[in-house]
Design a protein around this ligand. Sequence first.
Ligand code: ADP
Ligand code: MG
Length: 240
Amino acid sequence: MIKTIDLTKSFGDNLVLKDITTTIDQGEVVAIIGPSGSGKSTFLRCINLLEDPTGGFIWIKDKEITKPQVNKLAIRKNIGMVFQHFHLFPHMTVLENVTYAPIKVKHMKKDLAEKIAKELLAKVGLAEKVNAYPNRLSGGQKQRVAIARALAMDPEIMLFDEPTSALDPEMVKEVLDVMKDLAQTGMTMVVVTHEMNFAKEVADRIFFMDEGQIVEEGKPKDFFSKPKTKRAEDFLSKVL
Ligand code: ADP
Ligand code: MG
């Protein structure tokens, strides 16, 4: 579903991603963990071209998206992204937040967009909030709206960048539960997270990133019990 070859990104002199070559299969759930500044967000942002790679190649399915003439909007339609800080439209209701892109970008009829949005909001446990404005919601509710909004575009890939890091502790579970349900539907998911239990339980594979590289990758069971590198071992000793 996603393939990168020698993916490189620098900001000026700062080489942030160094020749990342990897493959993520359809339906796979990959958790990316690693220290702050290691390039996790930049890696995600390159996959949906929110950042332009400075070198290497990315394929989404059989399409190379690093070609210069590629239509970025068309690529992003198919890749949902959920951020730490929700990024909901504050002046729109929950329903309007979720229907906005399908109507604007996909030219979906309003009735149909609303029907789909209501189904998605029910799935994330927010059926009764359709007419609320974001400032009336808790952090966990906002993040669940953000997930429903991303799903409303019917993407084949979902990227999550620390989706629970800005939440009060009691709201983390409600968001992780929604993500877990989504994983069980077969969605291809790449999740940057500090929630090690989620990574252990839900991910098919762990990527451990450090200094712009995927230093180690493996099944959660193997990675958490027997990290192969000193760097991963040090990281785990601090977070577990
Ligand atoms: P992580 O998500 O693992 O904490 P990031 O991908 O956010 O790491 O950042 C990796 C490095 O890239 C950091 O040194 C950060 O300062 C730098 N960086 C990220 N985004 C930008 C940007 N837009 N402009 C300049 N430097 C950036
Ligand atoms: Mg980050």
